[in-house]
Design a protein around this ligand. Structure first.
Ligand code: GCW
Length: 716
């Protein structure tokens, strides 16, 4: 009997639906899972051998990636050959590296120095596929593109593809400190083990580089913009050089955040005045020293005169004076300076949302050609929703980079599922009207609006030493989407989500559709349960974990949530029309006009621009107060739906990752409820209106939410 039972159990085990082997997310979207037997033969017929020489580290990286990926997906190693071509061979290379590619006379000249072409061709009468480019980096990007096609189950037949990035510099910005803590990092420690560098280089750093290359990221700023001058000293530069050497084969350059008063802190000078000849000389020498160690050093990123950082204004000089000094230092070697426009000062009583524009717009045309002004997506600070930053389109003579934040400082850290593709798509598609209708932010970023060739997009990185890299499985999608949108700012967030989901989870349509739908609603869910209707900056002090709309006692007016929502007995919202702060006048007239009237302002930005009475009627027919409550509840309901959807995907996902996501979604639901209840309790204490019918009251009194403290919340 016992034996029979045992046999039955064994049999049940064998027949159980084959759940994928345990996975922890380390492999990201480069999992290269085996292709289902029914489809394998077709792919195998188009991938019988790899043909090409690999005289450079970058071509070796391309060849090795193809070999690794194809073997894993097709279940057999591919012969690597340098010449000849059997049917189904994959040729790779540049006309210089591969005589076979050269003989095909492909139009690679049009591809620039990073583009690639993938074509079905015939070589000696036999069918083959060629991955060709002008540069080794282009071949590497092409290799990843071919692997992506198989991973997403697209055909390898009759191919005629050409692709090239629309933005020149596609950079991660690490807010990593030299002690390995990460400002606003929720994924463990910094990947850079400064103490053990340069000798010891974590093997996973190569995987970091592969992941970046696979989505086209071509630069990485290693250290925090709140920077430590030590990184510019010789011992650290040796470590920086080791990282640069490691990343170079993958087309990734390193950059450093420069502390503006480094000439004083580590150089022994008594000033950091950008017009002082000794200071200028110090930076010139420092740049030259860096270039002896890192010949392709990308340049400097600078946060100056912002949140306590030193800067040129300390000496009565302008941002342009500061940026140009550094630009001159790196110019001889082709370096750039990314100068951040994230500046605001509490000495100015003016609306914080206006300050960057007021300071930078007058400087248009005064920056050296190798300076890029780096602008956050919105005028405040990476909130769940902001209007686009008014500087976009307003500085036609200056290269402007878009800076977005992958790490979700204001969107629930790593535990909340929020796919940011839709947020970035929203800002990229926003019309600035600065050169007529259709002057989108994407056209500013890709340079086409004002004919600029130095173009850039930066993403504040969300990676760390966590096994899954980003602190959660779904936050990997934000890394992925950043790279893909920096490559093509006109891309579609939904298409990118699908691409990512197929590679990261599975191609089964029963999984792909619900996962993509969940991703596409996730950011809006966060907006609903944290900051609906254009509210912003309501997070708790410093760590930004959880709600703190009541906070009104911080030394800087513009650090207090009450500064932003201005709620009282009469109503709620920040009046940025001409009757209020006038911030709207920083937009083109077409935009300003539409947003100056609450009736033509999109409801999702209503309270960003208007202060309105609690009984103001909205499109739904509900009063503002009732609508606010309904949206808070809707956010919680969306998370509940996301959870239910995910639970239903159990048969399609490996147990380890399924459990992790499921647990995080439970946390998210609990915290969404917390946000809703605390916010309703607080705003209700001001509106003094009852909850609309059918709405459950907050679980606790307001005093409870106000009493919560989290001194050890991560990311500080
Ligand atoms: O969002 C704020 C963060 C700071 C950050 C700053 C910035 C690096 O709270 O931690 O500092 O923005 O972007 O400079």
């Amino acid at each position: 009997m016992r034996l029979l039972l045992l046999c039955l159990l064994l049999l049940a085990g064998l027949l159980a639906p084959a759940r994928a082997a345990a996975e922890d997310g380390y492999r990201l979207w480069l999992r290269y899972g085996p292709v289902e037997p029914a489809r394998r033969a077709r792919y195998a017929a188009a991938a019988t051998a790899l043909v090409g020489e690999a005289p450079s580290p970058t071509l070796r990286a391309a060849r090795d990636e193809l070999a690794r990926g194809l073997e894993a997906m097709l279940g057999r190693p591919l012969p690597v050959e340098v010449g000849g071509a059997r049917a189904g061979a994959i040729l790779f290379g540049t006309p210089a590296s591969s005589p076979a590619v050269a003989r095909l006379n492909l139009p690679v000249g049009r591809l620039g120095d990073e583009g690639y072409l993938i074509r079905s061709v015939r070589v000696d009468g036999r069918p083959a596929t060629v991955i060709a480019a002008n540069s080794d980096r282009g071949v590497l990007y092409g290799a990843f593109a071919l692997l992506r096609r198989i991973q997403t189950r697209q055909t390898l037949e009759r191919l005629d593809l050409a692709d090239a990035p629309k933005v020149k510099l596609r950079l991660l910005n690490h807010w990593d400190n030299l002690d390995r803590t990460v400002e606003r990092g929720y994924a463990g420690q910094s990947l850079w083990d400064w103490h053990k560098l340069p000798e010891w280089q974590e093997p996973r750093l190569r995987d970091y580089a592969r992941a970046n290359a696979s989505v086209g990221v071509n630069g990485t700023v290693l250290n925090n913009v709140n920077s430590n001058a030590q990184v510019l000293t010789p011992p650290y530069l040796a470590k920086v050089a080791a990282l640069a050497d490691l990343f170079r084969p993958y087309g990734i350059r390193v950059y450093l955040s420069a502390r503006f008063n480094a000439p004083m802190e580590i150089g022994g000078l008594t000033t950091a005045d950008p017009l002082d000849p000794a200071v200028r000389g110090w930076w010139r020498d420092k740049a030259a020293e860096i270039y002896t160690r890192v010949p392709d050093f990308g340049g400097f990123l600078v946060k100056a005169n912002s949140e306590g950082q030193p800067g040129p204004q300390d000496y009565g000089r302008s941002h342009a004076d500061g940026a140009n000094m550094l630009a001159e230092a790196v110019a001889p070697r082709g370096g750039v300076v990314m100068w951040r426009a994230f500046v605001y000062s509490n000495e100015k009583p003016d609306d914080r949302a206006k300050q960057a524009y007021d300071e930078f717009r007058p400087l248009d045309g005064r920056f050296h050609p190798n300076v890029v002004v780096q602008v956050k997506n919105g005028p405040i600070d990476f909130q769940p929703r902001e209007p686009f930053h008014p500087l976009f389109g307003a500085m036609p003579r200056t290269p402007l980079a878009l800076e977005v934040q992958l790490t979700k400082e204001y969107l629930g850290f790593a535990t909340h599922l929020a796919y940011l593709g839709p947020m970035w798509e929203e800002v990229l598609r926003a019309d600035t009207f600065r050169a007529g209708a259709g002057s989108t932010v994407a056209k500013v970023v890709d340079g086409s609006l004002h004919g600029r060739t130095l173009t850039a997009m930066a993403g504040v990185a969300n990676v760390g030493t966590d096994r899954n890299w980003t602190g959660s499985q779904f936050d990997q999608a934000n890394w992925y989407a950043f790279g893909r949108l920096a490559w093509d700012p006109h891309g579609s967030a939904r298409a990118i989500a699908e691409e990512w989901a197929r590679q990261t989870w599975d191609n089964d349509p029963r999984l792909v559709a619900p996962v993509v739908d969940t991703m596409m609603t996730s950011r809006e869910a966060v907006v609903d349960y944290m900051t609906p209707l254009g509210l912003h900056h309501l997070m708790a002090t410093d760590h930004h974990y959880g709600p703190g709309p009541w906070v009104d006692d911080l030394p800087r007016a513009d650090w207090n949530p009450t500064y932003y929502h201005r709620a009282g007995a009469a109503g709620i919202g920040f009046d940025r029309t001409t009757r209020g702060s006038g911030a709207l006048s920083q937009y083109a007239p077409e935009v300003a006009q539409r947003l100056s009237d609450p009736r033509t302002t999109p409801e999702e930005l209503l309270l960003w621009f208007h202060h309105l009475p609690w009984d103001h009627r909205l499109a739904s027919g509900r009063t503002l107060w009732n609508e606010l409550v309904v949206r808070y509840s809707r956010g919680v309901a969306k998370v509940r739906d996301m959870r239910r959807t995910w639970a239903g995907l159990r048969p399609h996902v490996d147990a380890e990752r399924h459990t992790e996501v499921g647990v995080f979604l439970a946390v998210q639901e609990k915290e969404a409820r917390w946000w809703r209840d605390a916010s309703i309790a607080y705003f209700g204490s001001l509106s003094k209106r009852p909850l609309p019918a059918g709405q459950t009251p907050p679980a606790h009194p307001l005093a409870y939410y106000r009493s919560l403290r989290f001194p050890h919340a991560p990311g500080q």
